[in-house]
Design a protein around this ligand. Structure first.
Ligand code: FE2
Ligand code: FE2
Length: 281
């Protein structure tokens, strides 16, 4: 069956926790410590975490928010099933090792020999395919990530060239709410979920589109809220906005304040349609 035939078919209903950009080691450890309880409380089959910012990997805010082996191992040891990324999937000295993990998914829609952009999770009498896509809107000049291809032709190629077993969820890493919503509507019925990531501040509503695709514009980051909700002190971003040389500033810092979880739970029926999308905080 190809994706154009409609929903994938998991063997039974399944419940999936999707977590947005984890910011910093402390937040990753906080999340890791809660995964077993979240799994029990919500009857989760699968836990998918965007961890593109789970470690500080360099001094520059535009190239130093990637992953480290140590933090990825902690998340996986805690029971996370798949780790997705985005424009920061290429940050830091551990990139080659991280992209080699079978549980780590980097954006699929670009030229990259290392790693994988698609992962099929099997077990517990069900199957979940996890795809990571990176919008060109989320890739800034000078960043390490290869430039992604546009979303629509990329999706058509993915459908034509990949088997997509079970239910399918897409981590759509992009800047534009309208683009994320348009993409979700364009592939409604072909996947169980389109989960927006990258902009860090969560959007309130989860949606179930007419043909059964669950959609949220932004899962929200997982980390300390600070003043603007992004998980980082905005000093460097403010300087860039003003046209100032932000590289002369002190090293960036993570935000302070209470820890927040940006996440939703998807209830997916045996046909691969989402029947409920519930924000977890
Ligand atoms: Fe991020
Ligand atoms: Fe990002």
């Amino acid at each position: 069956m190809s994706a154009t035939d409609g929903h994938r078919r998991p063997a039974r209903a399944q419940r999936v926790l999707c977590v947005g950009d984890v910011v910093g080691e402390e937040a990753a450890r906080w999340l890791a410590g809660r995964v077993p309880q979240l799994r029990a409380d919500h009857g989760l089959d699968w836990v998918v975490v965007n961890a593109e910012n789970c470690a500080v990997t360099g001094p520059n805010p535009m190239d130093g928010f990637g992953m480290t082996v140590e933090v990825v191992d902690e998340l996986l040891d805690a029971g996370v099933d798949a780790i997705t990324g985005g424009n920061h999937s290429w940050d830091g000295p551990d990139v080659d090792k991280i992209l080699a993990y079978p549980q780590v998914v980097r954006p699929l829609n670009l030229e990259e020999d290392r790693g994988q952009g698609l992962l099929a999770l099997t077990g517990r009498d069900t199957t979940l395919t996890v795809i990571n896509l990176l919008s060109p809107t989320a890739e800034l000049p000078g960043m390490a990530a290869p430039m992604p291809r546009p979303l629509w032709p990329s999706w058509q190629d993915i459908v034509a060239s990949h088997d997509l077993p079970g239910a399918v969820v897409i981590d759509l890493h992009g800047e534009s709410p309208w683009e994320k919503a348009s993409f979700a509507a364009a592939i409604d019925g072909q996947v169980a979920g389109v989960l927006g990531t990258h902009t860090h501040d969560p959007t309130l509503r989860g949606h179930i589109l007419p043909a059964g695709t669950g959609y949220v514009t932004e899962l929200g980051m997982t980390g300390r809220l600070g003043h603007t909700g992004g998980g980082f002190d905005p000093m460097h971003f403010v300087a860039k906005l003003r046209g100032e040389d932000h590289t002369t500033l002190p090293a960036y810092t993570l935000a302070e304040g209470p820890l927040a979880l940006g996440a939703v739970v998807l209830d997916i029926d045996p046909t691969g349609s989402t029947t409920a999308i519930t924000r977890i905080s």
